[in-house]
Design a protein around this ligand. Structure first.
Ligand code: ZN
Length: 332
C-alpha cells in the first residue's frame, strides 16, 4: 500500500482493492423453484386458479426450472391431486423446464401422459425413512429406477434421482457417506441423468455438506449434481453457500420458505427462494431471478396458502436498505 503525501496510507477504491481473502464462487447458478410441489404438498389444497396465479408470478421471477407438481396418490397428497389439470395449463408459459416428482412407475406413466417428461424420483438413502415414506427399503426403491428412467427417456425427457436423507435420517440417525454414495452410483448405472442430494430433515452443516459432495463427485464424475436443503435448524443458507463453493450450481429453493417435513412439525421448511437469491446475488453470483419479482411471488403465495410464510427476508420486507418512501422512523 502506498503512503500518501501526508503520511497516511491511501485507502484503495472498492474496484481497485485486491482482497487477501475472498469467497471463491461461480459466476452463475441455476435455481429450481420447488414451492409448487414441495411447498404445497402439506398445505390445505390450493384451488387451481390460485395455483396458476402462483405459477404466473413464479415464471415472472426469471426462474427457468420449476418443479411443478407430483404424480402420487391423491389420497396420500390431496394438495397435489390436480396434477393433470396443472400440467394441462403449462403450455401458456414457454422457456421453462418443468419437472414433476413421481413415487413409482405408475406415477411416471401418469406424468408422461400429462405431458411432463422430466421426472424426479426420490430414493431415501436410509431404510427407516424409505419404509416410512415409501413403504419399501432403499434397495427396493433403487430397483425401480431403471423402469422410470426408461419411461422418462421414452418421452424425450430426463430422470433426476433425488437422494433423500442423504445426510441424516429421522429414524436411523446419521446416514453413512458410503450408503449415500452407493445409492448415487446405482442410480446413475440404472439410467438417472442427474442427481440431487436432499437434507430431508434439515440437520446437516457446511462441513458435512462438502464431505458428501466430494464423495459423490468422485463416485459419479461428470454427472450433474444438485442440492436440496431445508432450513429447519437455521443452517440452510450456510449449507447452500458451502455447496456452491464446492462447485454445485443447481440449487432447490421454495418461494417464501414454504414446505416442511412431516417429521419436524412446526419447523420451517425448504430454504426460501428470496433468501437464496439475496445471498447469492449480493455475493456476485448471478441467479437469473429478480429479487423484487420473487418477493411479489411470495405475496401471491401467501395469499394462496392463507397464512404467513416462514421466510425471514420476506418478513423483513426485502433488502437491507429502506425502500423508497419508507421513512427511517419506522426502524427500531
Ligand atoms: Zn424439501
Amino acid at each position: 500500500m502506498q503512503e500518501g503525501s501526508d503520511g497516511t496510507a491511501d485507502v484503495p477504491t472498492e474496484e481497485a482493492r485486491v482482497y487477501e481473502f475472498d469467497l471463491v464462487l461461480p459466476t452463475t447458478v441455476d435455481v429450481r423453484e420447488v414451492g409448487m410441489r414441495d411447498g404445497l404438498q402439506l398445505e390445505a389444497p390450493v384451488p387451481l386458479e390460485a395455483k396458476l396465479e402462483m405459477l404466473e408470478a413464479l415464471v415472472a421471477t426469471g426462474v427457468r426450472r420449476i418443479e411443478v407438481t407430483s404424480f402420487v396418490s391423491p389420497k396420500a397428497v390431496p394438495a397435489l391431486a390436480d396434477a393433470e389439470q396443472v400440467a394441462a395449463e403449462l403450455s401458456r408459459w414457454g422457456d421453462v423446464h418443468w419437472s414433476a416428482l413421481v413415487a413409482n412407475a405408475r406415477g411416471a406413466v401418469r406424468a408422461v401422459d400429462a405431458g411432463i417428461g422430466n421426472l424426479e424420483y426420490v430414493v431415501s438413502a436410509s431404510d427407516g425413512h424409505s419404509r416410512a415414506n415409501a413403504g419399501r427399503s432403499t434397495a427396493e426403491a433403487v430397483a425401480a429406477i431403471g423402469e422410470i428412467a426408461e419411461l422418462a427417456h421414452g418421452a424425450g425427457g430426463s430422470l433426476e434421482v433425488i437422494i433423500a436423507t442423504a445426510w441424516d435420517c429421522p429414524f436411523d440417525g446419521r446416514t453413512p457417506i458410503p450408503r449415500t454414495v452407493d445409492v448415487a452410483r446405482a442410480a446413475v448405472t440404472a439410467g438417472a441423468d442427474q442427481l440431487c442430494l436432499g437434507d430431508t430433515i434439515g440437520t446437516t452443516t457446511p462441513g458435512r455438506v462438502v464431505q458428501l459432495l466430494d464423495a459423490v463427485y468422485r463416485a459419479c464424475p461428470g454427472v450433474p449434481l444438485g442440492v436440496h436443503f431445508h432450513d429447519t435448524r437455521g443452517t440452510g443458507q450456510a449449507n447452500a453457500l458451502a455447496a456452491v463453493q464446492a462447485g454445485v450450481t443447481q440449487l432447490d429453493s421454495s418461494i417464501g420458505g414454504l414446505g416442511g417435513c412431516p417429521f419436524a412439525p412446526g419447523a420451517s421448511g425448504n430454504i426460501a427462494t428470496e433468501e437464496l437469491v439475496y445471498m447469492l446475488e449480493e455475493s456476485g453470483v448471478h441467479t437469473g431471478l429478480d429479487l423484487d419479482a420473487v418477493l411479489a411471488a411470495a405475496r401471491v403465495t401467501e395469499q394462496a396458502v392463507g397464512h404467513e410464510l416462514p421466510s425471514s427476508l420476506y418478513r423483513a420486507g426485502g433488502r437491507s436498505v429502506p425502500r423508497a418512501g419508507q421513512s427511517s422512523d419506522t426502524a427500531g
